[in-house]
Design a protein around this ligand. Structure first.
Ligand code: DGI
Ligand code: FE
Ligand code: FE
Ligand code: FE
Length: 187
């Protein structure tokens, strides 16, 4: 298996500098949230390193990986922005030797969320919203919620995404709404 340093080398070379800076921010926030809420910080860090590994893959290559490997083809009917997490989880396993299912799942569900999110899923998904480099309308409210509840932070995060999609008249991936509803029900 690759060392953490080798992984960082390989992943940072796959993306523009701006996206790598985002990834460093997600690593920082994921470790912070893991320590705060009792997840494994080592796993949070590794999931964060890899979470956007497929973000800059050409759409045609993402589509091919999804079709050729029996991944979730339902995604192909939805926003292309949703594909990189499914493809990222697959390549983390196949090309980067990550065999820990908790890490793979945190990568796989970091964009949409899912019903029954694990602690690590929540940490990585929320870290992606609140990392220090993020600057979108409403991010401060999500950061504030994240300080007192992982679930409240995530609900605020999904609310902001759903609101954005609504305001742009874009299709909403149903799983994001189910994930949000599930978090509210859990509270
Ligand atoms: O990869 P990042 O930019 O760091 O963040 P991400 O993996 O959370 O991707 C977010 C993008 O996905 C954002 O531009 C919104 C877009 N998106 C499109 N449809 C949906 C969606 N995100 C969610 N959660 N649900 C959707 O239905
Ligand atoms: Fe992402
Ligand atoms: Fe990200
Ligand atoms: Fe508060």
């Amino acid at each position: 298996a690759l060392s953490r340093e080798e992984l960082i080398q390989a992943v940072s070379g796959q993306m523009p500098e701006k996206r790598w800076k985002h990834t460093l921010g997600v690593m920082q926030s994921a470790v912070y949230l893991a320590e705060k809420y009792g997840a494994d910080p080592v796993k949070a860090d590794l999931a964060a390193v890899l979470h956007d590994v497929a973000k800059y893959w050409p759409v045609s290559e993402m589509e091919a990986v999804i079709r050729d490997n029996g991944l979730n083809e339902d995604l192909l009917q939805h926003d292309k922005q949703l594909w990189h997490s499914e493809v990222g989880a697959f390549v983390a396993q196949r090309d980067y030797g990550i065999d820990d299912l908790e890490i793979i799942n945190a990568i796989r569900w970091h964009t949409s969320g899912r019903v029954g999110m694990s602690l690590l899923d929540k940490v990585v998904c929320l870290a992606d919203y609140i990392e220090p480099g993020r600057d979108f309308p409403g991010v401060d409210r999500i950061r504030e919620q994240a300080e007192h509840s992982l679930e409240e932070g995530l609900i605020a995060g999904f609310d902001s995404t759903i609101s954005l999609l609504l305001s742009q008249r874009r299709v909403i991936y149903p799983l994001t709404m189910y994930a949000r509803n599930d978090l509210i029900t859990q509270l």
